[in-house]
Design a protein around this ligand. Structure first.
Ligand SMILES: [Zn+2]
Length: 200
């Protein structure tokens, strides 16, 4: 029995939280940029080269490739990630609520980035938010990067090492946690590593 157990089911208003999170998922599904219409050289020429470079999907790809220590091409990421991991980590997708491996998982250990293996969260900072995704009140120092969404409404969190999409961080929701923050993270973006047994 530890702190995470004590924190279970303490959210004062689980239903609004669930609604917000469904909105989160819904919005995310719309946010994922559509492919360029009739993508090809002819279309690129018609829209102008600058227009193509500034399409959201291109901007994301360029930013993720250039500003993080761990750099891989799209082909290299596809080679090491499952299709679903690629969709969420590299294309900023969202797993369906309540389906993730770590949603109701409270073993002791560390959660690493599923893309690059960087430690991101300790299990002692995980709590049950009731919203359908793993929730943490704090990341390991320097491990999480925060970036305002393009619509300015939410703050995306990514692995600071590889830029892999984790989810979003929400403030001031009233959860009984020290930071009054909830890192809402896709399970598939994480890999849990259990603490060693005490006498092993
Ligand atoms: Zn990473």
């Amino acid at each position: 029995m530890g702190a995470p157990h004590l924190l279970r089911n303490l959210h004062p208003s689980a239903a609004p939280c669930a609604i917000k999170c469904f909105q989160h998922a819904l919005h995310r599904s719309f946010y994922t940029p559509p492919p360029l219409p009739g993508a090809g050289l002819r279309t690129a020429f018609r829209f102008g080269y600058g227009r193509v470079l500034h399409h959201p999907s291109r901007r994301v790809t360029v930013a993720m490739a250039s500003s993080f220590p761990v750099k891989k091409s799209e082909e290299e990421w596809r080679a090491v990630l499952s299709p679903e991991q690629f969709r969420i980590l590299r294309l900023k997708g969202t797993e369906y609520p309540g389906t993730g491996e770590y949603d109701k998982f409270f073993e002791k250990g560390v959660y690493e980035c599923a893309g690059c293996g960087t430690p991101l969260y300790e299990s002692t900072t995980k709590f049950n938010s009731g919203c359908g995704w793993p929730a943490f009140f704090k990341g390991l120092p320097g491990a999480i990067r925060r970036t305002p969404d393009l619509d300015g409404r939410r703050t995306e969190i990514t692995c600071a090492a590889c830029g892999g999409h984790l989810g979003h961080v929400f403030k001031g929701e009233g959860f009984p946690v020290p930071t009054n923050e909830r890192h809402c993270v896709n399970s598939i973006s994480l890999k849990f590593v259990a603490d060693p047994e005490p006498d092993s």
